[in-house]
Write a protein that binds this ligand. Structure first.
Ligand code: GCO
Length: 451
């Protein structure tokens, strides 16, 4: 009797297959209906900051086209949709006066999702800090954490009866590092010493934000969407192994351990300025959460660099398949994260809150986009995640493709295309790509190898 080949693990009917976006990357309408300026409006309007000087002033014009976009999500059979709120659409100055039109927009968006049986996952902060708060020091200023708490209160009072799944922060490491150390993101600062206060105040904002979410949302499920690269030593030399430990602490441990265990990794804690952590902060930062968001794109190979910030640099990947961003395709790293988090934090639900890839998509005369590379990428990564789920009996509850549609990729502008849906920026027409049709079949089948 030949052994039947084991079928690939299948996601259950309750598994939330979805897509993810962010306000600044898709909405446009940057100064419409009372919205105030964010640091990304300021950054992209500053010459030299973005490829081709592009801005998110229009982006995908989702602000005006959201109903058609929701129809496309329903056509693909999405079960969930992760999106972020533009803080300055709701509180144009960051705190104080509320802009009713901003709350109305998200109110209608949530109702539109629910009407299509799509579960909303709302990200409160996806990097677009109000410029008015940046003018007072931004995340370097501890008060910004309090402003975030007020913002979370305003939003959850309005949406908390219908939105149960909340992501406080998207990728705090990227916000801290790219915004304040490398300067490639808004607000475009270049000072590695800012990593510590910005990290701490972002996490304090998360902890303070938990309070209104718990008060205003019955049955809230809340957590952070962490940028989780799998860190490996570039070689088996002791110094590179040590460099990988340092890199993992800076990029991952500083955020996971502080919020989930109430302490920074020793390497980080010992560098924190004395007066930065105030009494009670770590208890606030590690307030109870329910879910862990995994934003996974790549592994990183760390190598020793004694004079570099953090004592490490990132080595080039070995030859192999790449995405349009030049990123190595490494699905095994996603499985590693599912296993690691299921082991370390068994009391939390896990969601892959972002995973996807940019490829050079072209629209043919029939308005079709044949993107077999993206289909293969998604097949490999969903297979890796579901295999880890089965092996660990992990509480992996959902997977969100980055992204629903092609959108504004920060400093790269609109050139990189990550979407399951093609955005024709000249006409703002949308066309579901081959990968979007494949994803719809995956949602039906539940297992990537069945389609
Ligand atoms: C991120 C952000 C997204 C990006 C996506 C592709 O993870 O960097 O959450 O806004 O657009 O990851 O780089």
């Amino acid at each position: 009797m030949t052994q039947a080949t084991p079928r690939e693990p299948r996601a259950g009917r309750a598994f939330l297959w979805g897509t993810a976006t962010a306000a600044y990357q898709i909405e446009g309408a940057y100064n419409v209906d009372g919205k105030g300026p964010s640091i990304w409006d300021t950054f992209t309007h500053t010459p030299g900051k973005t490829e081709r000087g592009e801005t998110g002033d229009v982006a995908c014009d989702h602000y005006h086209r959201w109903e058609h976009d929701l129809d496309l999500m329903a056509e693909m059979g999405l079960r969930a949709y992760r999106f972020s709120l533009a803080w300055t659409r709701i509180l144009p100055q960051g705190r104080g006066t509320v802009n009713p039109a901003g709350l109305d927009f998200y109110d209608h968006l949530v109702d539109g999702l629910l009407a299509r049986n799509i579960v909303p996952f709302v990200t409160l902060y996806h990097w677009d800090l109000p410029q008015a708060l940046q003018d007072k020091g931004g995340w370097v200023n501890r008060d910004t954490a309090r402003s975030f708490q007020d913002y979370a209160d305003v939003v959850t009072r309005r949406l908390g009866d219908r939105v149960k799944n909340w992501i406080t922060l998207n990728e705090p490491f990227i916000a801290a590092d790219h915004g304040h150390v490398s300067g490639e993101h808004a607000p475009g600062l270049h000072d590695y010493t800012l990593y510590f206060p910005v990290t701490h105040h972002l996490l304090l904002a998360h902890g303070l934000g938990l309070q209104p979410i718990r008060e205003n949302v019955n049955g809230a499920q809340v957590g952070i969407a962490f940028s989780l690269a799998e860190i490996q030593p570039a070689t088996d030399r002791d110094e590179d192994i040590e460099a990988a430990t340092r890199c993992d602490a800076y990029m991952n441990g500083a955020y996971l351990e502080s919020t989930l265990r109430g302490r920074y990794p020793a390497l980080i804690a010992e560098q924190m300025p004395i007066d930065l952590i105030q009494s009670g902060d770590m208890a606030t930062i590690s307030g109870k959460t329910d879910l862990i968001g995994i934003n996974y794109y790549m592994r990183l190979l760390a190598q020793a660099a004694p004079t570099a910030y953090g004592g490490f640099t990132i080595a080039p990947w070995p030859p192999g398949p790449r995405t349009e961003m030049g990123w190595e395709q490494y699905p095994a790293g996603l499985a590693t994260w599912v296993r690691r988090l299921a082991t370390d934090y068994p009391d939390h639900d896990l969601y892959i809150t972002e995973n996807g890839a940019a490829f050079s998509d072209t629209l043919d005369d029939a308005h079709q986009v044949h993107d077999p590379q993206r289909v293969n990428y998604l097949r490999e990564h969903t297979r890796a995640a579901l295999t880890a789920l089965a092996a660990m009996d992990a509480r992996l509850k959902g997977y969100f493709v980055w992204s629903f549609l092609d959108n504004f990729e920060w400093a790269y502008g609109t050139r990189p295309r990550f979407g399951l849906v093609y955005t024709d920026y000249a006409t703002q027409a949308r066309y579901i790509k081959e990968s979007g049709r494949w994803y719809a079949r995956l949602i039906e089948a539940g297992a990537p190898d069945d389609i």
